[in-house]
Design a protein around this ligand. Structure first.
Ligand code: FNR
Length: 343
Protein backbone atom coordinates (compact mmCIF):
# COMPACT_ATOMS: atom_id res chain seq x y z
CA UNK A 1 0.00 0.00 0.00
CA UNK A 2 2.79 2.37 0.95
CA UNK A 3 4.50 1.67 -2.40
CA UNK A 4 1.33 2.57 -4.36
CA UNK A 5 1.00 5.85 -2.45
CA UNK A 6 4.65 6.56 -3.16
CA UNK A 7 4.19 5.93 -6.90
CA UNK A 8 1.10 8.15 -7.02
CA UNK A 9 2.80 11.02 -5.22
CA UNK A 10 5.83 10.68 -7.52
CA UNK A 11 3.55 10.74 -10.57
CA UNK A 12 1.69 13.81 -9.29
CA UNK A 13 5.01 15.53 -8.68
CA UNK A 14 6.11 14.86 -12.28
CA UNK A 15 2.94 16.51 -13.59
CA UNK A 16 3.28 19.42 -11.15
CA UNK A 17 6.89 20.03 -12.24
CA UNK A 18 5.71 20.58 -15.79
CA UNK A 19 2.71 22.68 -14.73
CA UNK A 20 4.76 24.86 -12.39
CA UNK A 21 7.63 25.14 -14.85
CA UNK A 22 5.17 26.90 -17.17
CA UNK A 23 4.06 29.16 -14.30
CA UNK A 24 7.59 30.09 -13.20
CA UNK A 25 8.66 33.56 -14.25
CA UNK A 26 11.77 34.59 -12.30
CA UNK A 27 14.72 35.05 -14.67
CA UNK A 28 18.36 34.74 -13.67
CA UNK A 29 21.11 35.45 -16.19
CA UNK A 30 23.32 32.76 -17.72
CA UNK A 31 25.86 35.59 -18.29
CA UNK A 32 26.33 34.47 -21.90
CA UNK A 33 25.73 38.15 -22.76
CA UNK A 34 29.21 38.80 -21.30
CA UNK A 35 30.89 36.56 -23.89
CA UNK A 36 32.01 38.46 -26.99
CA UNK A 37 32.75 36.75 -30.32
CA UNK A 38 34.37 38.60 -33.19
CA UNK A 39 32.65 38.84 -36.57
CA UNK A 40 34.67 37.67 -39.57
CA UNK A 41 33.82 39.71 -42.70
CA UNK A 42 36.06 37.56 -44.91
CA UNK A 43 35.26 33.95 -43.97
CA UNK A 44 36.27 32.43 -47.36
CA UNK A 45 33.67 29.67 -46.90
CA UNK A 46 30.36 28.85 -48.54
CA UNK A 47 27.24 27.97 -46.52
CA UNK A 48 27.36 24.42 -47.97
CA UNK A 49 30.85 23.89 -46.53
CA UNK A 50 29.60 24.23 -42.97
CA UNK A 51 29.65 20.83 -41.24
CA UNK A 52 27.82 20.61 -37.91
CA UNK A 53 28.24 16.86 -37.41
CA UNK A 54 30.03 15.68 -34.29
CA UNK A 55 30.81 12.50 -32.36
CA UNK A 56 29.01 12.14 -29.03
CA UNK A 57 29.15 9.02 -26.86
CA UNK A 58 30.81 7.24 -29.80
CA UNK A 59 27.94 7.90 -32.18
CA UNK A 60 27.68 10.40 -35.04
CA UNK A 61 25.09 13.11 -34.44
CA UNK A 62 24.15 15.86 -36.90
CA UNK A 63 24.34 18.77 -34.43
CA UNK A 64 25.96 19.36 -30.99
CA UNK A 65 22.51 20.09 -29.53
CA UNK A 66 20.61 17.68 -27.27
CA UNK A 67 17.17 17.51 -25.73
CA UNK A 68 18.02 17.20 -22.03
CA UNK A 69 16.25 15.28 -19.26
CA UNK A 70 12.64 16.30 -18.65
CA UNK A 71 10.14 13.57 -17.87
CA UNK A 72 8.68 10.07 -17.87
CA UNK A 73 6.47 7.91 -15.67
CA UNK A 74 2.93 9.00 -16.61
CA UNK A 75 0.75 8.87 -19.74
CA UNK A 76 1.19 12.62 -20.13
CA UNK A 77 4.99 12.20 -19.90
CA UNK A 78 4.87 9.39 -22.43
CA UNK A 79 3.27 11.68 -24.99
CA UNK A 80 5.86 14.39 -24.29
CA UNK A 81 8.68 11.85 -24.63
CA UNK A 82 7.16 10.50 -27.85
CA UNK A 83 6.98 13.92 -29.47
CA UNK A 84 10.43 15.03 -28.27
CA UNK A 85 11.93 11.75 -29.55
CA UNK A 86 10.38 12.33 -32.97
CA UNK A 87 12.09 15.73 -33.09
CA UNK A 88 15.43 14.33 -31.83
CA UNK A 89 15.21 11.53 -34.39
CA UNK A 90 14.39 13.92 -37.27
CA UNK A 91 17.47 16.03 -36.54
CA UNK A 92 19.65 13.08 -35.42
CA UNK A 93 20.45 14.73 -32.09
CA UNK A 94 20.70 13.05 -28.65
CA UNK A 95 17.85 12.92 -26.13
CA UNK A 96 17.86 12.19 -22.40
CA UNK A 97 14.81 10.84 -20.59
CA UNK A 98 13.67 12.21 -17.21
CA UNK A 99 14.35 10.37 -13.97
CA UNK A 100 13.62 6.64 -14.36
CA UNK A 101 13.38 6.08 -10.58
CA UNK A 102 9.63 5.46 -10.77
CA UNK A 103 10.06 2.84 -13.51
CA UNK A 104 12.52 0.79 -11.45
CA UNK A 105 9.63 -0.53 -9.36
CA UNK A 106 6.49 0.36 -11.32
CA UNK A 107 6.56 -1.78 -14.46
CA UNK A 108 3.54 -0.03 -15.97
CA UNK A 109 5.40 3.27 -16.21
CA UNK A 110 8.31 1.78 -18.20
CA UNK A 111 6.63 2.28 -21.56
CA UNK A 112 6.84 6.07 -21.09
CA UNK A 113 10.66 5.72 -21.21
CA UNK A 114 10.95 2.83 -23.67
CA UNK A 115 9.04 4.81 -26.30
CA UNK A 116 12.13 7.02 -26.61
CA UNK A 117 14.39 4.16 -27.68
CA UNK A 118 11.72 2.80 -30.05
CA UNK A 119 11.51 6.10 -31.92
CA UNK A 120 15.21 6.94 -31.76
CA UNK A 121 16.25 3.55 -33.24
CA UNK A 122 20.10 3.70 -33.20
CA UNK A 123 20.26 7.38 -32.14
CA UNK A 124 21.77 8.58 -28.88
CA UNK A 125 19.46 7.95 -25.90
CA UNK A 126 20.55 8.76 -22.35
CA UNK A 127 19.07 7.35 -19.13
CA UNK A 128 18.55 9.30 -15.91
CA UNK A 129 18.51 8.53 -12.17
CA UNK A 130 19.18 10.36 -8.91
CA UNK A 131 22.66 10.21 -7.41
CA UNK A 132 21.61 7.89 -4.57
CA UNK A 133 20.79 5.07 -7.03
CA UNK A 134 22.48 1.70 -6.52
CA UNK A 135 24.68 -0.03 -9.12
CA UNK A 136 21.87 -2.55 -9.69
CA UNK A 137 19.33 0.24 -10.30
CA UNK A 138 21.76 1.97 -12.68
CA UNK A 139 22.07 -1.24 -14.70
CA UNK A 140 18.27 -1.71 -14.84
CA UNK A 141 17.81 1.92 -16.00
CA UNK A 142 20.42 1.47 -18.75
CA UNK A 143 18.93 -1.84 -19.96
CA UNK A 144 15.38 -0.46 -19.89
CA UNK A 145 16.08 1.91 -22.78
CA UNK A 146 19.36 0.44 -24.12
CA UNK A 147 20.91 3.71 -23.03
CA UNK A 148 24.15 4.96 -24.59
CA UNK A 149 24.99 6.62 -21.25
CA UNK A 150 23.41 7.23 -17.86
CA UNK A 151 22.90 10.65 -16.29
CA UNK A 152 22.96 10.89 -12.49
CA UNK A 153 21.46 14.16 -11.30
CA UNK A 154 22.65 16.25 -8.35
CA UNK A 155 19.68 18.25 -7.09
CA UNK A 156 20.47 19.30 -3.50
CA UNK A 157 18.76 22.72 -3.82
CA UNK A 158 15.60 21.13 -5.25
CA UNK A 159 15.42 18.45 -2.52
CA UNK A 160 15.86 21.04 0.23
CA UNK A 161 12.97 23.15 -1.00
CA UNK A 162 10.70 20.09 -1.48
CA UNK A 163 8.63 19.36 1.59
CA UNK A 164 9.05 15.62 1.00
CA UNK A 165 12.67 15.98 -0.26
CA UNK A 166 15.92 14.40 1.01
CA UNK A 167 17.81 16.07 3.83
CA UNK A 168 20.91 13.86 4.02
CA UNK A 169 23.52 14.33 1.29
CA UNK A 170 26.41 12.38 2.80
CA UNK A 171 28.15 9.62 0.86
CA UNK A 172 27.01 10.76 -2.61
CA UNK A 173 30.53 11.05 -4.07
CA UNK A 174 31.36 7.49 -2.92
CA UNK A 175 28.13 6.25 -4.42
CA UNK A 176 28.90 7.92 -7.76
CA UNK A 177 32.38 6.36 -7.71
CA UNK A 178 30.87 2.94 -7.14
CA UNK A 179 28.49 3.41 -10.07
CA UNK A 180 31.06 4.83 -12.52
CA UNK A 181 33.34 1.85 -11.79
CA UNK A 182 30.65 -0.81 -12.11
CA UNK A 183 28.54 0.05 -15.14
CA UNK A 184 29.62 -0.61 -18.71
CA UNK A 185 28.29 2.65 -20.18
CA UNK A 186 29.59 6.21 -19.74
CA UNK A 187 28.27 8.10 -16.71
CA UNK A 188 27.24 11.75 -16.99
CA UNK A 189 26.90 13.62 -13.70
CA UNK A 190 24.56 16.57 -14.07
CA UNK A 191 23.06 19.42 -12.08
CA UNK A 192 19.46 20.50 -12.64
CA UNK A 193 19.93 24.27 -12.96
CA UNK A 194 22.25 25.49 -10.18
CA UNK A 195 25.62 24.79 -11.83
CA UNK A 196 28.76 22.77 -11.13
CA UNK A 197 31.72 24.58 -9.56
CA UNK A 198 35.35 23.95 -10.49
CA UNK A 199 35.93 22.19 -7.18
CA UNK A 200 33.00 19.82 -7.65
CA UNK A 201 34.09 19.10 -11.24
CA UNK A 202 37.58 18.24 -9.97
CA UNK A 203 36.23 15.91 -7.29
CA UNK A 204 34.08 14.15 -9.88
CA UNK A 205 36.96 13.93 -12.33
CA UNK A 206 39.22 12.48 -9.59
CA UNK A 207 36.86 9.53 -9.06
CA UNK A 208 36.73 8.71 -12.78
CA UNK A 209 33.74 10.71 -14.07
CA UNK A 210 34.54 11.88 -17.60
CA UNK A 211 31.23 13.53 -18.58
CA UNK A 212 29.78 16.46 -16.63
CA UNK A 213 26.63 18.38 -17.55
CA UNK A 214 27.01 21.69 -15.71
CA UNK A 215 23.32 22.70 -15.94
CA UNK A 216 23.87 26.16 -14.55
CA UNK A 217 21.48 28.90 -13.53
CA UNK A 218 19.71 31.18 -15.98
CA UNK A 219 16.92 28.89 -17.11
CA UNK A 220 14.68 26.37 -15.35
CA UNK A 221 14.68 27.16 -11.65
CA UNK A 222 13.75 24.28 -9.35
CA UNK A 223 13.80 26.47 -6.23
CA UNK A 224 10.97 28.44 -7.81
CA UNK A 225 9.16 25.35 -9.18
CA UNK A 226 9.26 23.55 -5.82
CA UNK A 227 8.59 26.85 -4.02
CA UNK A 228 5.31 27.27 -5.91
CA UNK A 229 4.27 23.77 -4.71
CA UNK A 230 4.50 24.97 -1.09
CA UNK A 231 2.30 27.43 0.73
CA UNK A 232 3.98 27.35 4.17
CA UNK A 233 7.34 29.02 3.34
CA UNK A 234 8.04 31.81 0.85
CA UNK A 235 11.21 30.89 -1.09
CA UNK A 236 11.38 33.94 -3.38
CA UNK A 237 14.57 35.25 -1.74
CA UNK A 238 16.37 32.06 -2.89
CA UNK A 239 15.32 32.34 -6.54
CA UNK A 240 18.61 34.01 -7.52
CA UNK A 241 20.71 31.12 -6.14
CA UNK A 242 23.12 29.23 -8.41
CA UNK A 243 26.20 29.48 -10.64
CA UNK A 244 25.41 31.22 -13.95
CA UNK A 245 25.84 28.75 -16.82
CA UNK A 246 28.61 30.68 -18.64
CA UNK A 247 30.66 30.94 -15.41
CA UNK A 248 30.19 27.27 -14.50
CA UNK A 249 31.17 26.29 -18.04
CA UNK A 250 34.39 28.33 -18.11
CA UNK A 251 35.41 27.01 -14.68
CA UNK A 252 34.70 23.35 -15.45
CA UNK A 253 36.38 23.42 -18.88
CA UNK A 254 39.60 24.45 -17.10
CA UNK A 255 39.66 21.32 -14.91
CA UNK A 256 40.96 18.77 -17.42
CA UNK A 257 41.07 18.82 -21.20
CA UNK A 258 39.94 15.19 -21.32
CA UNK A 259 36.76 15.98 -19.39
CA UNK A 260 33.68 16.17 -21.66
CA UNK A 261 31.58 19.11 -20.60
CA UNK A 262 27.95 19.45 -21.60
CA UNK A 263 26.60 23.01 -21.40
CA UNK A 264 23.03 23.38 -20.22
CA UNK A 265 20.87 25.62 -18.06
CA UNK A 266 19.09 28.54 -19.72
CA UNK A 267 20.15 27.70 -23.27
CA UNK A 268 17.67 29.59 -25.43
CA UNK A 269 19.31 30.94 -28.56
CA UNK A 270 21.74 29.93 -31.28
CA UNK A 271 24.21 32.46 -29.83
CA UNK A 272 24.05 30.64 -26.46
CA UNK A 273 24.87 27.39 -28.28
CA UNK A 274 27.74 28.85 -30.30
CA UNK A 275 29.22 30.62 -27.26
CA UNK A 276 29.06 27.35 -25.27
CA UNK A 277 30.91 25.52 -28.04
CA UNK A 278 33.55 28.28 -28.35
CA UNK A 279 34.18 28.02 -24.59
CA UNK A 280 34.78 24.31 -25.17
CA UNK A 281 31.56 22.39 -24.48
CA UNK A 282 31.24 19.14 -26.43
CA UNK A 283 27.43 19.22 -26.41
CA UNK A 284 24.71 21.74 -25.51
CA UNK A 285 21.50 20.65 -23.73
CA UNK A 286 18.06 22.25 -23.79
CA UNK A 287 15.07 21.32 -21.59
CA UNK A 288 12.80 24.20 -20.63
CA UNK A 289 12.74 26.13 -23.89
CA UNK A 290 11.70 23.14 -26.00
CA UNK A 291 9.20 21.90 -23.41
CA UNK A 292 7.55 25.34 -23.30
CA UNK A 293 7.13 25.39 -27.09
CA UNK A 294 5.83 21.83 -27.20
CA UNK A 295 3.20 22.47 -24.54
CA UNK A 296 2.14 25.93 -25.64
CA UNK A 297 2.42 25.63 -29.40
CA UNK A 298 2.49 21.90 -30.14
CA UNK A 299 4.84 19.68 -32.10
CA UNK A 300 5.34 22.08 -35.02
CA UNK A 301 6.46 24.97 -32.84
CA UNK A 302 8.95 22.75 -30.97
CA UNK A 303 10.18 21.31 -34.28
CA UNK A 304 10.55 24.78 -35.84
CA UNK A 305 12.49 25.95 -32.79
CA UNK A 306 15.13 23.22 -33.24
CA UNK A 307 15.15 23.73 -37.01
CA UNK A 308 15.79 27.46 -36.47
CA UNK A 309 18.61 26.75 -34.01
CA UNK A 310 20.35 24.36 -36.41
CA UNK A 311 20.06 26.84 -39.27
CA UNK A 312 21.35 29.77 -37.21
CA UNK A 313 24.19 27.60 -35.84
CA UNK A 314 25.41 27.25 -39.45
CA UNK A 315 25.01 30.99 -40.08
CA UNK A 316 27.05 31.84 -36.97
CA UNK A 317 29.75 29.30 -37.85
CA UNK A 318 30.11 30.96 -41.24
CA UNK A 319 30.19 34.43 -39.65
CA UNK A 320 33.06 33.21 -37.44
CA UNK A 321 34.82 31.58 -40.40
CA UNK A 322 34.64 28.09 -38.83
CA UNK A 323 33.79 25.20 -41.10
CA UNK A 324 33.31 22.44 -38.51
CA UNK A 325 32.64 21.88 -34.83
CA UNK A 326 36.25 21.08 -34.01
CA UNK A 327 37.36 24.46 -35.41
CA UNK A 328 34.46 26.18 -33.68
CA UNK A 329 35.47 24.87 -30.24
CA UNK A 330 38.87 26.54 -30.69
CA UNK A 331 37.46 30.01 -31.46
CA UNK A 332 38.95 32.73 -29.24
CA UNK A 333 36.42 34.71 -27.21
CA UNK A 334 36.52 37.71 -24.88
CA UNK A 335 34.88 37.98 -21.47
CA UNK A 336 33.47 41.25 -20.20
CA UNK A 337 31.33 42.76 -17.43
CA UNK A 338 30.03 40.75 -14.49
CA UNK A 339 31.33 37.44 -15.89
CA UNK A 340 34.87 38.88 -16.05
CA UNK A 341 34.57 40.04 -12.43
CA UNK A 342 33.41 36.61 -11.27
CA UNK A 343 36.24 34.82 -13.09
C1 FNR B 1 13.90 18.84 -15.57
N1 FNR B 1 15.22 18.47 -15.32
C2 FNR B 1 15.50 17.18 -14.93
N2 FNR B 1 16.79 16.76 -14.81
C3 FNR B 1 17.10 15.49 -14.47
O1 FNR B 1 18.28 15.16 -14.40
N3 FNR B 1 16.10 14.59 -14.22
C4 FNR B 1 14.78 14.93 -14.31
O2 FNR B 1 13.90 14.07 -14.11
C5 FNR B 1 14.46 16.27 -14.68
N4 FNR B 1 13.15 16.69 -14.74
C6 FNR B 1 12.85 17.95 -15.24
C7 FNR B 1 11.51 18.32 -15.42
C8 FNR B 1 11.21 19.56 -15.98
C9 FNR B 1 9.77 19.93 -16.19
C10 FNR B 1 12.26 20.44 -16.38
C11 FNR B 1 11.96 21.76 -17.06
C12 FNR B 1 13.57 20.07 -16.17
C13 FNR B 1 16.33 19.45 -15.42
C14 FNR B 1 16.87 19.62 -16.82
O3 FNR B 1 17.42 18.43 -17.33
C15 FNR B 1 17.96 20.73 -16.86
O4 FNR B 1 19.07 20.33 -16.13
C16 FNR B 1 17.43 22.04 -16.31
O5 FNR B 1 16.08 22.20 -16.61
C17 FNR B 1 18.19 23.26 -16.85
O6 FNR B 1 18.06 23.37 -18.25
P1 FNR B 1 16.99 24.36 -18.97
O7 FNR B 1 15.62 23.85 -18.63
O8 FNR B 1 17.23 25.72 -18.39
O9 FNR B 1 17.28 24.23 -20.42
Amino acid sequence: MKKIEEFNSRKNRKIEHIKFYLKSEHENSTLFEDIYLEHNALPELSFEDINTKTLFLNKKVDYPIMINAITGGTDFSQEINRQLSCIASEFNIPIAVGSQTIALYDEKSRESFKVVRKIMKDGVVIGNLGSTATVEEAKVAIDMIEADALQLHLNVAQELVMNEGDRDFKGILNNIENIVKNINKPLIVKEVGFGISKDVAKRLNDIGVSYIDISGSGGTNFIEIEGIRRDDIDFTDLYSWGIPTALSLIKCIAVNKNLNIIASGGIKSSQDIVKSLCIGASMVGISGEILKRLLEGGYDLAYNYIEGLTHKLKILMLLLGKKDIEELTKTPYKVKGELKELI
